[in-house]
Design a protein around this ligand. Structure first.
Ligand code: F0G
Length: 458
């Protein structure tokens, strides 16, 4: 008999989960202003809000924490991390930051000025926020195919090279501080970017004399997809593929809370010394001295180890297989989602399910609330709430996709939990025709409103 697939790790420590009743959940979500971010985590049974900072650290990472060096300057932990980053990315220079958006803040403080243009493949919301906050413009050049959730494509996160070149032709080089390539493409569904596409983007960047930035939060998952889906890469190791990917970039921002499997942390890495130096002042002002920048020594040590574990093939296979397993359950129940399954999450196609909820009433958010009430499962809306208002007209922006993201934390849940999630979603799916109205905004912030918005029933 062929041996079945099994996880590449075993469990050493556990955390209890709290069950609740439907009635309790109805009350709690109402009190939370129908915003899943406002719920106490104790009110959640399975938390798929994000895969960011929610992973389980390994015994080796906890051991590394005990060896953390808390020196203000020149800590051993900093040098451990520097070596880990160099081995995996090839970059010689780096600045630690407390998380990914802090890396964006520091880098963009040095690079981006009012009126600048930053083309990319679906900038993440904090990235877009940091660009628009500086009165610059993020232009989305993702391939159109990413908008069709039914289309099966190996690299649906790719940049459309034609769209990108149009932007590069239209604006002078000094107005474009960098191109932002997000690997994997979170917003488009955790979809990977092929090496071929990376090379194409890099060639255009070079031709037009523009720097290339990788938003690298899930770079290892991207490398796994290149290895398993792209011709010519099956025989290469994940670290080899990572180094090849990064060889095309000038700098990278990293939210270490994702593929480096730590609960907090980030960094910026640079090829050129001058770019690193230009950011130092901002790092010191916003984050901390250049050898700790927002991270304690122990956190840098855990991160150095996490980068090694996060690029281990067996670990990545376990992780991506779990996401694919959840997808296979949804297939069984006929529930539509962004195909193929992404690296870190399933993006359920809310618009195809709640066809009777008007788009002004936040379709994906409505599905998220129903799933929470059904089974205590917390996902997150990637739709109109997240898209914010147009910075000029202040009108709602209606993205072409209304998705409910079910992000799977790393090394946390078992496949029994996946079965539970799928069953809860199936129950909502089965009563979809009875859901005819959504929610209206009571209170919102001018930027990144989805985190704190308060809603009421329409
Ligand atoms: N870039 C990408 C692609 C991200 O997904 C995130 C965070 C960031 C940058 C910002 O990093 O959170 O460390 O400041 N994404 C989380 C998510 C929040 O749930 O997808 P951060």
């Amino acid at each position: 008999m062929e041996l079945p697939f099994a996880e590449s790790y075993k469990i050493k420590m556990v955390e209890s989960l709290k069950r609740s009743t439907r009635q309790q959940r109805e009350q709690w979500i109402k009190e939370a202003g129908y915003n899943l971010f406002n719920l106490k985590s104790d009110y959640v049974f399975i938390d798929l809000l994000t895969d960011s900072g929610t992973g389980a650290m390994s015994d080796k990472q906890w051991a590394a924490m005990m060896e953390g060096d808390e020196s203000y300057a020149g800590a051993r932990s900093y040098y451990n991390l520097k070596e880990s980053i160099k081995n995996i990315t090839g970059f010689d220079y780096f600045l630690p930051t407390h998380q990914g958006r802090a890396a964006e803040n520091v880098l963009f403080s040095s690079l981006v000025k009012e009126g600048d243009i930053l083309p990319g493949n679906s900038h993440f919301d904090t990235t877009k926020g940091h660009i628009e906050f500086r009165r610059a413009v993020a232009i989305d050049c993702t391939i159109d195919e990413a908008k069709d959730t039914t289309l099966e494509m190996p690299f649906k996160g790719n940049m459309d090279l034609g769209k990108l070149e149009n932007v590069l032709k239209q604006y002078p080089a000094e107005k474009i501080p960098c191109i932002v390539l997000t690997i994997t493409n979170n917003t488009a569904g955790g979809q990977p970017v092929s090496m071929e596409n990376i090379k194409g983007v890099a060639a255009l960047a070079k031709r037009y004399g523009i720097k290339l930035l990788f938003d690298s939060a899930r770079f290892a998952e991207n490398a796994y997809f290149i290895k398993t889906r792209e011709e010519g890469y099956a025989g290469k190791s994940i670290p080899e593929i990572c180094r090849e990917m990064f060889s095309h970039a000038d700098f990278m921002t990293m939210s270490s809370k994702k593929d480096a499997i730590v609960n907090m942390g980030g960094f910026i890495a640079f090829r050129e010394e001058a770019a690193w130096q230009a950011c130092q002042m901002y790092n010191i002002m916003y984050e901390g001295f250049i050898t700790y920048g927002g991270m304690s020594g122990r956190d840098m040590s855990a991160l150095a180890q996490g980068l090694i574990e996060g690029t281990d093939f067996d670990y990545l296979e376990t992780r991506i297989s779990q996401v694919a397993y959840l997808a296979s359950k949804l297939d069984e129940y006929g529930i539509p989602y962004q195909r193929p399954a992404g690296g870190h999450a399933i993006f359920v196609d809310a618009k195809k399910i709640l066809t009777r909820v008007p788009k002004e009433q936040f379709v994906a958010q409505t599905l998220g609330i129903e799933l929470y009430i059904e089974g205590g499962v917390r996902g997150v809306e990637i739709g109109t709430l997240l898209a914010d208002r147009d910075p000029v007209t202040r009108e709602n922006r209606y993205p072409s996709l209304e998705l409910l993201r079910l992000a799977i934390p790393r090394r946390v849940y078992t496949n029994n939990h996946m079965d539970y999630i799928a069953a809860a979603l199936k129950n909502v799916f089965d009563r979809r025709e009875s859901i005819t109205s959504g929610y209206l905004i009571k209170k919102e912030l001018p930027i990144m409103r989805h985190f704190t918005v308060e809603l009421e029933k329409a």
